[in-house]
Design a protein around this ligand. Structure first.
Ligand code: ADP
Length: 353
């Protein structure tokens, strides 16, 4: 990949340099033509004086029209010292232009190399990011697929007598398929709200009502986890994409349930603050270690405790969806967390004016 970028950089450098050199050469040609004409004119004037001296005539000042001059005085051919001076001055001019062009070539090639690097850098970063994303996605897809394949192979070898066992295996298979479904859904959502894909419809959204419906949807999950959700929501209207905002709130609530402790509490608060709607989602859960905090919004990032606990399912995509939606809505997100005590996510989104 680096080789590809290096050769693209060199090609771009050659193009930039070629363009600058064409400009420099055209400029040099214009300079050469006008200065050479000037040198020739000066030489001819000297030659006219010499011819006039030889013919014993006095040249009138200013010189009359060429048709009123003696033919020997019209465009006389340069000779002797005058010719040598003209030829010397002309070669000096050519030398100076060549040196100037060589300097321009050197400078423009170095500047073009730097410029090409700067031009290609964002593309290089984007490609690297995509490669990492594809590698991570394939890795996450492979694990459930391998376990599905093994389970199916084992089941196929079983006789009819093993029906209760087969049923158990099919139950596991179903869980793997559901995990795969969740992963592909998240991948699609990530792609849908990726930066630069600005084709989502936006409307005025009653944010407090949207949050209530998200809380209602997750109530039974919270009850199963013995987690209590309390809300304090003031009316706030924002402009945005409703389904994206639902994803954002649902992911925050889902995490607050998943990473909570039994008998834990989740507080959801919404209020206007200046020109923003301020949403707080606090939990009394396991918290996030300081070393993980800078990475939690990265795609596929999961803190060690989430990876080690097999009962906490996830792919490390939820918070990157949250941050994409927040960015898309020109908002901001802040995280405060204490390991073992709890986590608070604070989101500010512009209010509908
Ligand atoms: P996941 O699918 O693992 O939940 P997320 O992107 O939603 O992925 O979160 C990334 C990581 O951030 C999680 O693996 C977890 O370690 C940590 N995290 C997110 N929310 C919380 C929370 N409320 N409490 C504790 N840890 C959290």
């Amino acid at each position: 990949m680096n080789n590809q970028f290096q050769s693209a950089r060199i090609r771009l450098t050659l193009w930039y340099t070629a363009m600058l050199m064409i400009v420099a050469l055209v400029f040099s040609m214009v300079v050469y033509i006008s200065l050479n004409a000037e040198l020739l004119r000066a030489g001819r004037r000297e030659q006219q004086k010499l011819v006039a001296e030889k013919l014993n005539i006095v040249l009138p000042k200013p010189l009359p029209d060429p048709k009123d001059l003696r033919p020997e005085l019209v465009n006389p051919v340069l000779t002797g010292e005058i010719k040598d001076t003209y030829l010397y001055s002309r070669s000096l001019l050519i030398m100076q232009l060549l040196v100037a062009n060589a300097v321009v070539l050197g400078l423009s090639a170095s500047a073009a190399y730097l410029l090409a690097g700067k031009t290609l850098r964002p593309i290089q970063l984007m490609v690297q990011e995509q490669k990492k994303f594809i590698a991570n996605a394939s890795h996450e897809l492979r694990t459930p697929l391998t376990s599905l394949k093994m389970a199916i192979e084992v089941t196929l070898r079983m006789g009819e007598a093993a029906y209760p066992q087969i049923k158990e295996i099919l139950q596991d298979n179903l869980e793997d398929v559901q995990n795969l479904e969740r992963l592909t859904n998240n991948l699609l959502i990530i792609e849908k709200y990726a930066p630069g894909t600005k084709h989502h419809t936006t409307n005025a959204v009653q944010f407090d009502t949207l949050i209530v419906s998200c809380v209602d949807k997750l109530k039974s999950k919270a009850e199963n986890a013995k987690v209590h959700i309390s809300t304090s929501l003031k009316p706030c209207q924002i402009v945005g994409n409703e389904s994206a905002l639902r994803e954002m709130v649902a992911n925050l609530l889902d995490n607050a349930i998943k990473y909570n402790k039994p008998e834990g509490v989740i507080q959801v608060a919404l209020e206007p603050q200046g020109r923003s709607a301020k949403l707080l989602v606090s939990d009394t859960g396991i918290g996030i270690a300081e070393k993980d905090l800078p990475h939690i919004f990265e795609r596929f990032y999961r803190a060690d405790h989430s990876r080690s606990k097999t009962d906490i399912t996830g792919y490390g995509l939820g918070l990157s969806i949250v941050s994409q939606v927040v960015n898309e809505h020109k908002g901001s997100i802040a995280t405060h967390s204490k390991h073992g005590v709890g986590t608070t996510f604070t989101i500010l989104l512009p209010l509908h004016s």
